[in-house]
Design a protein around this ligand. Structure first.
Ligand SMILES: Cc1cc2nc3c(=O)[nH]c(=O)nc-3n(C[C@H](O)[C@H](O)[C@H](O)COP(=O)(O)OP(=O)(O)OC[C@H]3O[C@@H](n4cnc5c(N)ncnc54)[C@H](O)[C@@H]3O)c2cc1C
Length: 501
């Protein structure tokens, strides 16, 4: 093993929404920072998912197998690359709603309160929106929480076909809202362009790609991490640092803590309570496809969302969730993740290729909060990663789907679609390998008996060890998670800057 001859003030592991954003925040501090990332660089044209070819290249699946409840292997939908999952994402950057930070009764149980409020996160949401160049519009959506500053850029206009649909949904009394999107000169912003690249302009930041952290080494009493062991281009290295921040994604950060078990932390680092890896959430997600009256390009941004059912309605007084259009289906992962859906569509439109199917359809993503359950967890046996995950809160999701099917029927009717098209909206719920919105495996809180991290995202048990990916979420909400991960990384960044003074 090679022992790196440097001593770093901070070692950050992982460069996704959490790690990339934190690196950018800490870079101007002048502190000596090392960033380790297991993946390599992903070309921009690949990450933009601009062509059906990209589906075949499988660039948003990790090149390794994990296992489900039944012991069946699968390829997880997660990108190991510089920028992490923000390289393959849709760039929808929404704030969690104020009530999402409080205890909320759901049909299937209680969504727990965060010990910080929306007001604690608000300045960091604003900072994250600036950093990731969010294009949005306030005032469309009654669930939108207060903003101390407007979006830095105006919202992206809808495609003509989407605009026509929005008019029709509005006539039903629904509220189409402009989807906030992170967009730069070259398409969607991501944690490489907005995080790592600008951080590397500072000569106090060292970056190693193809550097997979495999173990954390603590001091003999187990109170501090002394070194991060990593495989860099296949060679073992030991990196020494004062503070260590994990941001490997909720599943992989838990795995790294579990894999680093030693004499003082026999169940894994910071895992005296056995909570590391528990309470895995990933939101319930269904994609539903509507035939479009006229062909579209298949290549356009997501631009609209609906939160009309977010907190429930008269017939169901519990949260149901959030709906977004998929954007042009050729830019989306729908078909790749839902092969059964593809075969239903192929039957409906015989003789059509994938491109034709995509350009004659409009997709919608439905996402519903899943509730934290200690039995939904990540476990590690040898090198085998298993996700023990049973979806919950299913009725709320079914209700959301029902309401959306009814809304689509109305719209199809209003737009003169055939009775056949009005009644057929193929849909598929995302299987276990869709871990895009994974969170919750190292929840934060002030009580060391019920949480892994304190409110600064420092592990309760190891003084110099932090986790800033989506692991810290005590609940998932129905909102897409990345802006909250980024805002939290900026918040923890302020704490680290203070600590390093
Ligand atoms: C297809 C897709 C579409 C999405 N669209 C949206 C969207 O529109 N809006 C939204 O809010 N969210 C979206 N998401 C989710 C969003 O990308 C994640 O919430 C966000 O990236 C999570 O950030 P993170 O820092 O927790 O983890 P990640 O972004 O996953 O970053 C983890 C990083 O750690 C690295 N890593 C892992 N293990 C190690 C190790 N042992 N050593 C070194 N490095 C390691 C990984 O390679 C990766 O770079 C999408 C996700 C996917 C997959």
């Amino acid at each position: 093993m090679i022992i790196d001859d440097q001593y770093y003030d901070v070692i950050i592991v992982g460069t996704g929404a959490g790690g990339g954003t934190l690196a950018r925040k800490l870079a101007p501090s002048g502190k000596k920072i090392l960033v380790l990332e297991r993946g390599g660089y992903l070309e921009k044209e690949s990450s933009e998912l601009v062509d059906v070819e990209v589906f075949k290249k499988e660039q948003y699946h990790a090149p390794e197998q994990w296992y489900d409840n039944a012991g069946e292997p699968f390829y997880p939908q997660t990108s190991y690359s510089v920028g992490g999952n923000t390289k393959v994402w849709s760039g929808a950057l929404l704030r969690m709603r104020e009530r999402d930070f409080t205890a909320v009764p759901h049909q299937n149980g209680m969504s727990p309160a965060w010990e910080l409020t929306y007001a604690d996160f608000e300045p960091y949401y604003t900072e994250a929106e600036q950093l990731y160049q969010v294009h949005g519009k306030l005032g469309d959506d009654a669930t939108e929480p207060p903003h101390s500053a407007d979006y830095p850029f105006p919202a992206v206009e809808h495609e003509p076909q989407i605009a026509a649909l929005c008019d029709s949904f509005s006539k039903q009394g629904l509220h189409p809202s402009h989807l906030p999107l992170g967009l730069g000169d070259q398409g969607r912003t991501d944690s490489e362009d907005s995080g790592i690249t600008p951080a590397l302009a500072y000569n106090n930041v060292t970056f190693k790609s193809n550097a997979k952290a495999v173990c954390l080494h603590t001091n003999p009493s187990g109170t501090a991490v002394k070194a991060v062991e990593a495989e860099v281009d296949g060679q073992s290295y030991l990196f020494l640092g004062h503070l260590v921040v994990l941001s490997c994604g909720a599943i992989n950060s838990a795995v790294l803590l579990l894999r680093s078990a030693n004499e003082t932390h026999p169940n894994g680092i910071a895992n005296r309570t056995g909570l590391v890896g528990c309470n895995l959430m990933k939101q319930l997600m269904t994609v539903i496809v509507q035939r479009s009256a006229n062909p579209n390009s298949g290549l356009f941004q997501r631009t609209v969302y609906f939160n009309d059912f977010y907190w429930g309605n008269d017939s169901f007084p519990y949260p149901m969730g959030h709906i977004q259009n998929s954007g042009g289906i050729l830019q989306d992962v729908i078909f790749a993740e839902a092969p059964p859906l593809l075969s239903v569509l192929a039957k409906l439109m015989p003789g059509s290729g994938l491109r034709q199917l995509a350009t004659r359809t409009i997709g919608w993503w439905l996402q519903t909060e899943d509730l934290p359950n200690p039995n939904n967890r990540v476990s590690l046996s040898g090198e085998k990663i298993t996700l023990h995950y049973e979806p919950n809160n299913l009725e709320a999701h079914d209700r959301l789907l029902y309401h959306w099917q009814e809304a689509l029927k109305e719209v199809d009717k209003a737009m003169g679609q055939s009775v056949f098209a009005q009644n057929i909206h193929p849909h598929a719920m995302m299987p276990v390998q869709v871990v895009a919105h994974q969170c919750g495996t190292c929840r934060f809180g002030s009580n060391p008996d019920t949480s892994v991290l304190d409110l600064n995202c420092r592990t309760h048990e190891v003084d110099n060890l932090y986790v800033v990916d989506s692991s810290f979420f005590p609940s998932s909400s129905s909102t897409s998670p990345a802006l909250t991960v980024m805002a939290n990384a900026l918040r923890v960044g302020d704490h680290l800057i203070e600590r390093l003074k």
